[in-house]
Design a protein around this ligand. Structure first.
Ligand SMILES: [Zn+2]
Length: 583
């Protein structure tokens, strides 16, 4: 697989991203970058930015972005191999087929790891909690076996110890089973129930883990040679036959939703593994069906990510309907309480997604007031602009005009207006006000203005929030020397969008070293101290109860010293001295 990555790398070096994108839209030079009108949303600004030097593009209007492959895939609606093939021809690179032997070996490893996790679930003492959890939810041993469920032990290195005898650490890391952080390598999945994710032919290629208490509740394998969340659907191999027979799919969010539906005999259900549905998943679905019923819980179904996903499905030619689940329910809980018959009734009563959206506006805004109408209309703008079908757009105009009691013409014009968003300016501004510590750190790293090794000695991927973790892991892989274009190859679609934003956003830092230090203090040092302070307080309370006064004194001294250290760190973050100017 290294061969293939090297080929992709060569293609990127030889093909100029600006000339590829220029075939689809006109770009004009603006500072170090190029700008144009985004082909993926109605854009009068222009918001579409391309950097020839970084090999990235990003639209600051709709948030799409990535490298040259991502652009071609999106605009031509083709898969990665197809995009690679086209660009390879252009670059005069002959793509080496990934060694079948190597791929086979990874498949074997995946299957062995699945068996190891299953064994933990059935027999390990530490697996008791997981067994109880699953049994309590009505999943008996037969179900574990049918869906390959497993359990990851709480240790940091059980998998590593067991598999590193026969596989290289690099292979285990490449498959996302191990994580690099703070100078060590450890098991990604710990103390989690595991749901293997299978490819179309039923081979395990990745894992989704559910935690009992630790955040995040759900953790997936990262993008690997075998798996890309944006191009797979959970349960597709089991649903395949039913999908073809019914020409219709039920799309749910979670692993247990898929399991419960299948156990109830509703076998045309597949899981999107989160609500941010991608073009790749839409392409996959459209190979099997022409109708999709979305069955997310209500809050999720109304979210921006999910609405975006529905538009992608609709724009891919699928008929998209939304099931109106009772408040607070997901398909799993609905089935459990009301049984399969009632669940099917609700699924079958799903309404077209644009009607469901308009319904939700009615629920969320007070449309009898002027302000309510204005807000609803403003919210509907990006929704409307993301739809490509003219008849559908017209229907939405009609429905909204009726709902808001406004003239058709006015509503049509208003919905078509350009969106208010952060426009790229000629002059880079100081750090965007909405940026937090993570954005600052990652942006500096992605621009090559900070050294990952420095960050990695203090922070591990787990110190970052879930949606930035894949970027941190990719940085760990593509570091030394830092290579942005190689890094992009390790990112799934969603993470690539985030990365292109952070790398291209027109911001500047007055003092990069200081910005990095401040952000690291906030990300790692202060939380660690706060955790220790809580521990010390509890310990003190305990010793006090036991009458161990000498120990209490000692603990209080440690506590004060730590508080002083914290104060000093915060002060260092906001020094009183004048700013040193490195421009
Ligand atoms: Zn755009």
């Amino acid at each position: 697989m290294e061969d293939n990555r090297a080929d992709v790398q060569t293609i990127k070096e030889r093909v100029d991203i600006v000339s590829v994108i220029s075939r689809y839209l006109s770009l004009t030079k603006s500072g170090a970058n190029y700008k144009g009108h985004c082909p993926f949303h109605k854009d009068d600004t222009p918001s579409f930015t391309v950097s020839s030097e970084k090999g990235l593009w990003h639209c600051f209007g709709c948030g799409e972005g990535g490298d040259v492959f991502a652009f071609l895939m999106k605009i031509e609606r083709i898969s990665f191999p197809e995009a690679a093939e086209r660009l390879a021809a252009e670059a005069g690179v002959s793509l080496k087929r990934r060694g079948d032997g190597e791929r086979e070996r990874l498949h074997t490893l995946s299957a062995e790891v699945m068996a190891y996790f299953s064994e933990n679930l059935t027999n390990a003492t530490a697996g008791e909690k997981a067994r109880e959890y699953l049994l309590h939810r009505g999943y008996g041993e037969e179900t574990w076996e049918r869906f390959g469920l497993g359990y990851a032990l709480p240790e940091w290195d059980d998998l590593k110890k067991r598999f590193s005898k026969r596989y290289e650490i690099k292979t285990l890391t490449d498959l996302g089973l191990l994580v690099k952080g703070k100078g060590r390598v450890y098991d990604r999945f710990r103390d989690r129930v595991l749901f293997p994710i299978f490819d179309l032919s039923g081979r395990p290629i990745a894992f989704g883990g559910r935690s009992f208490q630790e955040e995040p509740k759900y953790l997936n394998s990262p993008k690997t040679v075998l798996f890309d969340k944006g191009r797979h659907l959970y349960g597709l191999s089991w649903a395949r036959e039913a999908l073809t027979a019914k020409h219709s799919a039920i799309l749910v969010e979670g692993y247990t939703d898929v399991l419960s539906l299948h156990l109830a005999g509703i076998t045309h259900a597949v899981g999107s593994m989160g609500t941010a549905l991608t073009q790749g998943q839409a392409n996959l679905l459209s190979r099997f069906v022409n109708n999709v019923v979305i069955a997310y819980d209500r809050d999720a179904a109304g979210g921006t990510a999910s609405l975006r996903g529905m538009r992608i499905l609709r724009n891919s030619g699928l008929d998209v309907r939304v099931a109106r689940l009772p408040e607070g329910d997901d398909p799993d809980s609905l089935l459990r309480r009301d049984g399969p018959e009632r669940t099917l009734e609700i699924l079958e009563a799903a309404i077209p997604f644009h009607l469901s959206y308009i319904e939700s506006l009615k629920e969320r805004y007070n449309l009898s007031t002027l302000a309510g109408k204005e807000r609803a209309l403003a919210e509907a703008r990006p929704f409307y602009q993301g739809i490509s079908s003219l008849p559908l757009k017209e229907e939405i105009v009609g429905l909204l005009a009726e709902l808001l009691d406004l003239p058709l013409e006015g509503v049509r014009e208003d919905l078509g207006k350009r969106q208010q968003h952060w426009r790229p300016t000629e002059e880079p501004r100081e750090i965007e006000h909405s940026w937090g510590k993570e954005e600052v750190i990652l942006s500096l790293l992605l621009r090559g203005e900070a050294d990952f090794r420095e960050v990695a000695t203090l922070a591990s991927p787990e110190d970052f929030s879930q949606h930035y973790r894949p970027i941190v892991e990719a940085l760990a892989t593509a570091n030394d020397p830092f290579n942005l274009s190689l890094l992009m190859q390790h990112l799934d679609e969603e993470s690539a969008r985030r990365a292109s934003y952070l790398a291209l956003a027109p911001v500047r830092f007055n003092d990069t070293g200081k910005a990095l230090q401040d952000a690291l203090i906030k990300l790692v040092k202060l939380p660690a101290i706060d955790k220790e302070l809580v521990r010390l307080r509890e310990e003190t309370k305990r010793c006090d109860k036991e009458g161990n006064l000498g120990q209490v004194d000692e603990l209080q001294r440690t506590y004060s010293a730590l508080v002083a250290k914290r104060t000093a760190l915060v002060a260092q973050k906001h020094p009183r001295r004048g700013r040193d100017d490195k421009g």
